[in-house]
Design a protein around this ligand. Sequence first.
Ligand SMILES: *Cc1c(COP(=O)(O)O)cnc(C)c1O
Length: 372
Amino acid sequence: MIAEVAIDLGAIVRNAQALARLVAPARLYAVVKADAYGHGLVPVARALAPHAARLCVYALEEAVALRDAGIDAPIHVLGPIPPADLEIAHATDVTITLWDGELYARQVASVARRRRRPFVVQAKIDTGVVRLGISVDAAPALLERFAATPEFELAGAFTHIAAAEELDSTFTLEQLARFGLATRGLGARVERHAAATAAAILWPDARLDAVRCGIGLYGIWPSAEAEALMRERGLVLEPALRWNTRIVALHEIEAGETVGYGRTWRAARRSRIATLPIGYAEGLPRTAGNAAQVLVRGRRAPVIGRVCMDMAFADVTAVDDAAPGDTVTLIGSNGAERLSAEDLAGACGTIGYEIVARLPAHVPRRYDVIGT
Ligand SMILES: *Cc1c(COP(=O)(O)O)cnc(C)c1O
């Protein structure tokens, strides 16, 4: 084993239950895009399906992979589906997202007609992210048209919040007001949803009929602010992912010697340098070099020099008993110390989301047996 990612599916289920309790009576949608945020699409979706009203993916290919794995839970594809793939989408029995009332809507309707069954659709409304969505002005008329189109079963309307992590911003309330305006004519059977994890936990007004949680399911907080506030209120989210590698070589170097490409780290004293067999191709950001820490024998060791494609270095001078073969923890606990995805992300100038979403599929995942 060069490196291993271990996933605690029980923690993911408990996080889903905690979030579902928090937002009830709003329903919980489980977002499993990006290979379930690096945790592994199929095992995570299988564990979450009984605890979520539906699964949300980004691409149709992810929905097909779930169906091929025998998962028959409702699936909502959040992202674009090329017109050429609409037949497959219909056959896969997924809910698709509409944000265009013209050509694309006609193509969707024509596939439904040909296949003699309505397409289940949700309309996306742009209230301020300026990414995907029908404008607030156009929404009432277009939603009415979608609802009246026999080839569509309009199951929901949703929007996405731009700055839900910021508690002092009133923009979230502004977006919710715009969403209310855009969807004012919809019947009660059409679900309305707006919140991802941050809005779901921080903005009760954003919970509406359902929330779409991703990052919180994995025990990663959308922001430090959200974590501080929700810990105070007793919401516990358990990190579900541990990431370990091993020391493959140890070098004693003299003061003044340099390590790695570009010679960006120079020993200030006699030092012991551990070679780690993972690099940016294994998911350790290049920005971790001279910035992040790892755990060895329950102690912290700095990542030094430049992270290579498949290798990196840690200064283990302070871990005097470190030896080749020792476990090196990038995320998770090691002895009494613990590093979170957020810790690694902070050191690398990014967010926890990016660290886990970019863990490559070729790094083996190991799944713990689900407890209770
Ligand atoms: C990714 C995504 C979510 C989940 O966001 P988290 O912050 O991970 O909870 C929800 N809705 C949409 C549209 C998304 O793209």
